[in-house]
Design a binder for this molecule. Structure first.
Ligand SMILES: Cc1cc2nc3c(=O)[nH]c(=O)nc-3n(C[C@H](O)[C@H](O)[C@H](O)COP(=O)(O)OP(=O)(O)OC[C@H]3O[C@@H](n4cnc5c(N)ncnc54)[C@H](O)[C@@H]3O)c2cc1C
Ligand SMILES: NC(=O)c1ccc[n+]([C@@H]2O[C@H](COP(=O)([O-])OP(=O)(O)OC[C@H]3O[C@@H](n4cnc5c(N)ncnc54)[C@H](OP(=O)(O)O)[C@@H]3O)[C@@H](O)[C@H]2O)c1
Ligand code: HEM
Length: 488
């Protein structure tokens, strides 16, 4: 970057600058905000790319004066708001200077070392790929400019979010620096722009902040992969039973079932297994706590991770159940379904009842799951307290699991005991998938037994088997959310 010239020889206020010949500041436009609001803080930005332009707009909109440093001010000036000034020596004017360049171009700023000494440099860069070892871009910038105070931040905010103003999802700005004074002034600037500064500590946290925008749904990896694996397994299983079996045994072609019917028996199986997996870790946690007689022993790592990813497991289950519902509603629309209907004795009382029941219970299950899904939105979760959230997620969640299991049992009806259902000796999927949720519901109901529930409640309030201290539970009325969970 060619930010040349000795700052001390340059004009330092707008008055002096206007007196210079137009040649000196070719391409620069004077700051109108500076003339109308002389007291408003001056902020510098180096670089004139997407981020710089959006940042300049946001800063101007929040009442700041902005000077932008560019290698080619003439070319870039037209891209900035009229109030922002684009010129060569921007850095010399402001106490806070944003470095809106890619890190590979930081070395082009070395000529400005003296000018930038004592100023706060805000490093907004992201890494190219996930960097595990460091040093971070901000640490490299700090090494390059030991006289300046480097603050890492704003990299998690996109140029788009800056331009459109702080909205729900992107209000938080993670900041870190070795200089608490520099961090405090950037935090203040942040607040004035309508963002929420989050102090992440010293500059050594910059690597973590730089990595933040590079993660690709880290907590979704396992639930999504597992959903895919289950889908493939159940699809193949049903293909063998419902398509290959009639073809091999009686030469009947049922390949038309592959796009809709097979998918519609596969999706609910995935939904039910994933929903069961949401409630297994809570159960394991409870039984481990009972077994150990304390809540202060750490769970195994896998259980910790599983507990944290239940939301993602639940939402994967919800997606599959919602798709299953839509597929189910489309079933009668198909030509094959209408053909089968015309060629069948249509009224079998038992079948009619079975269907009325399982569809009705299925609708209730999807209704409850929708409630859980809506509550998992941060904007909704923020409007309920912990106890309400726990009631919806835990109590109503178990009701949803119960309804979905009942729906499957009603769908299966007595056909589980019909030998004709065991194609190639393979049991039907409704039988396979109903075993895990039934087991979870049975074990869960064991936690309601008064002796178990009381012990668990004591443990969750800090009682330990190995410490013989007198321990009394508070009255029924002053329970907190945690105990409520054990009462589910
Ligand atoms: C559509 C859908 C959306 C969902 N959205 C969310 C969501 O937004 N947020 C969410 O959290 N879950 C969500 N879930 C998952 C699930 O509903 C909740 O996690 C629910 O609270 C689990 O209930 P539980 O009774 O099994 O476990 P819990 O209510 O967690 O209780 C089990 C006990 O385990 C112990 N425990 C739990 N977690 C830990 C831990 N990390 N470390 C130590 N001990 C622990 C505690 O002692 C607790 O009392 C969602 C599920 C679905 C189906
Ligand atoms: N875009 C976003 O949404 C976003 C979000 C978060 C963080 N960031 C970070 O912000 C920084 C800038 O991103 P950007 O999207 O604004 O990039 P950009 O549009 O490419 O702009 C970078 C600017 O750097 C200057 N530059 C280009 N080549 C240079 C060179 N060889 N030597 C010196 N300077 C050079 C140019 O300004 P001049 O020609 O005027 O000198 C250019 O406008 C990056 O570190 C990025 O990681 C961007
Ligand atoms: C509006 C809601 C729902 C409707 C209308 C509905 C409808 C149906 C229908 C029509 C079938 C029979 C599929 C076929 O024979 O091709 C079925 C089966 C099934 N449904 Fe649902 N369902 C709903 C919700 C759910 C939910 C929420 C779950 C679980 C989370 C679920 C799990 C199952 C299972 C496991 C089967 C058995 C699949 C098999 O192995 O054959 N359903 N449902």
């Amino acid at each position: 970057m060619i930010h040349t010239g000795n700052v001390n020889n340059e004009a330092t206020d707008s008055q002096e600058r206007t007196e210079q010949s137009p040649e000196t500041y070719r391409g620069s436009r004077l700051l109108e905000a500076a003339q109308t609001e002389p007291g408003s803080p001056l902020v510098g930005i180096l670089g004139t790319g997407d981020f710089s332009r959006s940042l300049a707009r946001r800063l101007v909109a929040s009442g700041h004066q902005v000077v932008v440093g560019s290698r080619n001010p003439k070319r870039s000036a037209a891209l900035f708001p009229d109030e922002a000034e684009v010129w060569l020596e921007a850095a010399s004017q402001a106490d806070i200077v944003f470095v809106a360049l890619f890190p590979e171009h930081y070395s082009s700023l070395v000529e400005l070392k003296q000018v930038l000494g004592g100023r706060v440099l805000v490093d907004v860069s992201n890494g190219l790929c996930l960097n595990q070892d460091g040093p971070s871009n901000a640490e490299q910038l700090a090494d390059m400019f030991p006289e300046s105070h480097v603050v890492k931040g704003f990299n998690t905010i996109s140029a788009w979010a800056l331009q459109s103003g702080p909205r729900d999802g992107s209000r938080q700005v993670f900041l870190c620096s070795d200089s608490s004074v520099a961090k405090a002034s950037v935090s203040q600037l942040c607040r004035r722009m309508g963002f929420i500064p989050i102090d992440m500590g010293p500059l050594s946290a910059s690597l973590e902040i730089e990595n933040m925008p590079l993660y690709l749904f880290p907590s979704w990896k396992l639930p999504v992969l597992l959903s895919f694996a289950l889908f493939i397994f159940f699809y193949l299983y049903n293909f063998i039973r419902d398509v290959l079996h009639p073809y091999v045994t009686s030469g009947k072609s049922a390949f038309y079932k592959m796009p809709i019917e097979l998918v519609n028996v596969t999706l609910p199986c995935v939904a039910l297994v994933m929903l069961t997996l949401v409630y297994v870790p809570g159960l394991c946690a409870a039984f481990l706590q009972l077994w150990w007689g304390t809540k202060y022993k750490r769970f195994p790592d896998f259980l910790d991770k599983w507990l944290i990813q239940r939301k993602q497991f639940g939402l994967c289950s919800f997606l599959c159940a919602a798709l299953h519902m839509i597929y189910s509603l489309c079933l009668p629309m198909r030509k094959s379904a209408r053909f089968t209907m015309l060629n069948q004795d249509s009224w079998v009382s038992e079948d009619v009842w079975r269907m009325e029941l399982y569809v009705s219970v299925g609708i209730m299950a999807i209704g409850l799951l929708s409630l859980l899904a809506v509550t998992s939105l941060p904007s909704v979760a923020n409007t309920v307290n912990w106890r309400e959230f726990s009631f919806i997620q835990s109590s109503l969640g178990h009701c949803a699991l119960f309804m979905a299991t009942l729906h499957t049992c009603l769908f299966g009806w007595t056909r589980a005991f019909d030998a004709k259902q065991y194609h190639f000796y393979l049991p039907p999927t409704f039988l396979l998938v109903v075993i895990p949720p039934v087991s979870v519901l049975i074990f869960r109901s064991l936690l309601f037994l008064p002796c178990v529930a009381l012990k668990l409640r004591k443990i969750r309030r800090g009682w330990e088997k190995t410490r013989h201290i007198r321990f009394t539970l508070p009255d029924e009325d002053c329970r907190n959310g945690l105990e409520d969970v054990s009462h589910v």
